[in-house]
Design a protein around this ligand. Structure first.
Ligand SMILES: Nc1nc2c(ncn2[C@@H]2O[C@H](COP(=O)(O)OP(=O)(O)OP(=O)(O)O)[C@@H](O)[C@H]2O)c(=O)[nH]1
Ligand SMILES: [Mg+2]
Length: 285
């Protein structure tokens, strides 16, 4: 499944980010801790060029902690290693559940270590960019210590740039989430879809749920057993989807399983963390 979802506001946002980039001192690139590779947008890599960059892995409260540790090591090595990005830091955060002051300290320290304000300014300008629905605006509110940006659990909540000032003077620019015109890698597209970066209306919903079911069965069967009270593990993704439908009463008249409803249950149990802490990819893959 390749996914194409590149609405007009995204095209505009990409242009606006390119125009604003030269005046920025540091880029905060927001990645999804459950899939740091799939959520690393090649357009963002191109747009930020050689700017110093702090990579923030959000939603780490939803990700498998061991896998997140492995990602941090991997990304730090990539940042420091030969041929790597010249100036970078990596931070993993659970923006909605960590203590806000900790998140602020870690990000401001990381930015402070990298960003030298240019052109006679005394405070740095930081631009926050990443894929849709990854938690950019939530991070802006946490850093600014007030609710300045709208947040919501769907892609494309932020439609244009918003600049806010932190108490320490640093200027933060929140931006609309951007994807790239055609996501060719089908596995990456499915991970992004499952994680909520693409509107459900643009998806083959059952296909996304079956993909998730396969990952959960392969790597987190104990979480499935607990959540759905399974005594034996379904043989494959298809069987799991039907079993979830049966257990959750997703039935059509006549008693057949409503596959769309069952897909909805499975996808949202993953997104909300009700299934447990799950990572969709590992650095060594
Ligand atoms: N569990 C968890 N949820 C988070 C975290 N950060 C953000 N969220 C949730 O993710 C959803 C999206 O957050 P936003 O801040 O609106 O994301 P965004 O990147 O600004 O999205 P767009 O503006 O649509 O591109 C919201 O429901 C947030 O509550 C986190 O660290 N952990
Ligand atoms: Mg936003």
């Amino acid at each position: 499944m390749s996914i194409q979802w590149y609405p007009g506001h995204m095209r505009k946002a990409r242009r606006a980010i390119a125009e604003a980039m030269p005046s920025q001192d540091v880029v905060i690139e927001v990645l999804d801790a459950r899939m740091p590779r799939a959520s690393e947008n090649p357009v963002v890599t191109e747009l930020r060029g050689p700017k110093p960059c702090v990579k923030v892995l959000t939603k780490s409260d939803l990700a498998d902690p061991d896998v997140t540790r492995a990602w941090l090591e991997y990304l730090e090595r990539r940042v420091d290693g030969p041929g790597a990005h010249p100036a970078g830091k990596v931070v993993a955060l659970a923006v909605t559940t960590d203590r806000a002051s900790d998140a602020r300290t870690r990000i401001t320290e990381a930015c402070g270590a990298l960003a030298v304000p240019t052109r006679g300014r005394t405070t740095a300008r930081a631009m926050i960019i990443g894929i849709p629905n990854v938690g950019k605006s939530t991070l802006v509110n946490t850093l600014a210590q007030r609710k300045v940006a709208n947040v919501g659990d769907e892609p494309a909540v932020t439609k244009s740039e918003q600049v806010v000032k932190m108490k320490n003077g640093m200027m933060l620019s929140d931006n609309p989430g951007i994807l790239w015109p055609k996501i060719e890698d089908p596995t990456a597209a499915l991970r992004l879809a499952l994680g909520g970066a693409i509107p459900d209306a643009a998806l083959d919903y059952e296909g996304v749920a079956l993909f998730g079911a396969g990952v959960f069965l392969g790597r987190y069967p104990e979480l499935l057993a607990k959540r759905y009270k399974l005594t034996t593990m379904p043989a494959d993704a298809e069987a799991l989807l039907l079993e979830v439908g049966r257990r959750r009463g997703c039935l059509r008249s006549g008693g057949t399983i409503d596959r769309h409803k069952a897909a909805d249950v499975l996808i949202h149990d993953f997104r909300d963390g009700a299934l447990g802490r799950i990572s969709l990819e590992r650095p060594e893959e």
